[in-house]
Design a protein around this ligand. Structure first.
Ligand code: 5GP
Ligand code: MG
Length: 188
């Protein structure tokens, strides 16, 4: 387990990803130009580590970068929806504009929890930049804060995907593309 032969089909290739991330960065950079203060990009660890790394090096505006870790209890391919913050921010986000960078939005529970957590810290706004979005699976509406915007890279069909930061049992994060894992990898 953990090798490329476990992938049934590639959904987004390395070049699809590079092109889309670059377009997203252009869009976000132009939105940030209207903001005088440094914006804080918060990556949701671990899944967003490649996406945020590719994204921020194409953002041409003063920004700061930090990570937060959220864990939802449960295992396998479904989260049970009880979210816990297991590693907090280092940067003080009070009064700041935050862009929360996430690998994938599924039910929306993780993001909603993180957004209310940031709101309690007194942020000025929260935008979300999700690499993938599975809108068909949404259970909780993701409510942004203040002037926040929702950006997403690709709409993802309802498959369990891995690669480009996303794991199954902590494996496959290093694949440079996004693929559908063969179902027998997690049903056996
Ligand atoms: P939510 O709280 O929106 O249901 O789930 C969000 C988290 O579940 C994501 O941050 C991600 O870690 C995980 N997740 C949801 N769908 C997938 C998927 O298709 N593949 C992987 N690897 N993780 C997923
Ligand atoms: Mg995640």
């Amino acid at each position: 387990m953990g090798s490329e032969s476990d992938i049934e089909r590639i959904l987004f290739t390395e070049s699809d990803i590079a092109k889309r991330v670059s377009d997203l960065a252009t869009e976000i950079s132009s939105d940030l130009r209207s903001s005088a203060d440094a914006v804080v990009f918060v990556g949701v660890a671990t899944g967003a580590f490649l996406f945020i790394a590719d994204l921020v090096r194409r953002i041409h505006a003063p920004i700061t970068i930090d990570f937060i870790r959220a864990e939802s209890y449960g295992s396998g391919t479904e989260s049970c929806g009880e979210v816990r913050i297991s590693c907090d921010l280092k940067v003080d986000v009070t009064g700041k504009h935050v862009v929360l960078v996430e690998d994938i939005v599924d039910t929306g529970k993780t993001l909603s929890h993180l957004i209310s957590y940031l709101k309690k810290k007194g942020v000025s706004s929260v935008s979300v930049c999700a690499f993938l979005d599975k809108p068909s699976r949404r259970k909780v509406e993701v409510k942004l804060v203040g002037s926040g915007k929702f950006y997403s890279g690709f709409e993802c069909p309802d498959y369990f995907v891995v690669g480009y930061g996303m794991d199954y049992a902590e494996l496959y994060r290093n694949l440079p593309y996004v693929g559908i894992l063969k179902p027998e990898m997690y049903t056996k």
